[in-house]
Design a protein around this ligand. Structure first.
Ligand code: GLU
Length: 290
């Protein structure tokens, strides 16, 4: 029977390589939260950063999800196929005077301090190439996270005029993730803690583009023995098909659940949905802090 729950969650991997244990945690947490709310769970391939995308990685990621019994609803969206839509929204923000052009190089920005200081705000930059920045006049300094509680941002960071369109001609993750989440009707964004601070900027865009904001839930990151986030850059090993059950068991334990070892993969997921619901039933109402 189709779901009647308003809940819609998603997993949005960047196809820069196969999933590793850290990305399994994000996928699994978002899946469990969606299913424990009888919600939909979508998968979106975030291949907007074309230099980072690796050919064929999307296929491997989707296979890895299936091998871990994480089955999604509906069609997969690819960001690389939505450029017109991103352009349209960027123009909308421009027409609302919420953007400006900036021709600063990375080096110039760095020489002025850790955050972009808004030096191009009141210039009319006509040179190319230029980035397009968000005029962040009303920064979000605090929000409620479903896992972390009240999150307070460093004001200088939260108020940065972040980039929507890069000097090298690419739409940014910050812009595209918000447009896609809005267009796909996402109500709950469950992902890793590394994206906690970016949420302030994203919420700001949500406020400009949507009626309601989603609930954010940032789960803890898996770290290596040096305390670094497990990532492709840090050579985290890819998930393997043959170890799917052990990987799933370890991921469930990492998320604070107590899986029954002798169950099959399908049964483990069913059990985990029940446990997640009992342990972490997050509020279904979108947050009301803005
Ligand atoms: N594509 C991002 C990543 O792979 C995740 C984006 C998100 O969940 O908002 O890190």
């Amino acid at each position: 029977m189709p779901s009647t729950s308003p809940y819609c969650g998603r997993f949005a991997p960047t196809p820069s390589g196969p999933l590793h244990f850290g990305s399994l945690i994000a996928a699994l947490a978002s899946y469990l939260d969606a299913r424990s709310h009888q919600g939909r769970w979508l998968v979106r391939i975030e291949d907007i950063d074309t230099p980072r995308a690796v050919a064929g990685a999307d296929f491997i990621i989707l296979e890895q999800l299936k091998h871990h019994e994480l089955h999604w609803d509906g069609d997969i969206i690819y960001q690389s196929q939505r450029l017109e839509r991103y352009q349209q929204v960027l123009q909308q923000l421009e027409s609302q005077q919420l953007t400006y052009r900036c021709a600063c190089t990375r080096k110039q920005i760095k020489s002025l301090g850790p955050y972009y200081t808004g030096v191009c705000r009141n210039k009319s930059v006509t040179t190319e190439p230029a980035a397009i920045r968000f005029r962040n006049d009303d920064p979000i300094l605090q929000f409620i996270d479903g896992w972390q509680g009240t999150v307070t941002l460093e004001p200088a960071f939260a108020a940065e005029d972040f980039v929507l369109f890069r000097r090298d001609g690419l739409f940014t993750y910050q812009l595209t993730v918000v447009i896609d989440d809005i267009d796909q009707g996402i109500t709950h964004i469950v992902r890793g803690e590394d994206l906690l601070t970016a949420t302030s900027w994203q919420l700001n865009l949500w406020r400009c583009l949507a009626q309601q904001t989603p609930q954010f839930i940032h789960v803890p990151l898996v770290r290596d023995t040096h305390g670094r986030k497990l990532s492709k850059q840090n050579h985290a090993p890819a998930l393997t098909v043959t170890d799917a059950k052990d990987q799933l068991l370890a991921a469930l334990r990492f998320l604070g659940l107590t899986p029954t070892t002798k169950l099959s993969l399908t049964q483990l997921i069913e059990e985990a949905v029940q446990q997640w619901q009992a342990k972490y039933f997050h509020a279904t109402n979108p947050q009301d802090t803005i």
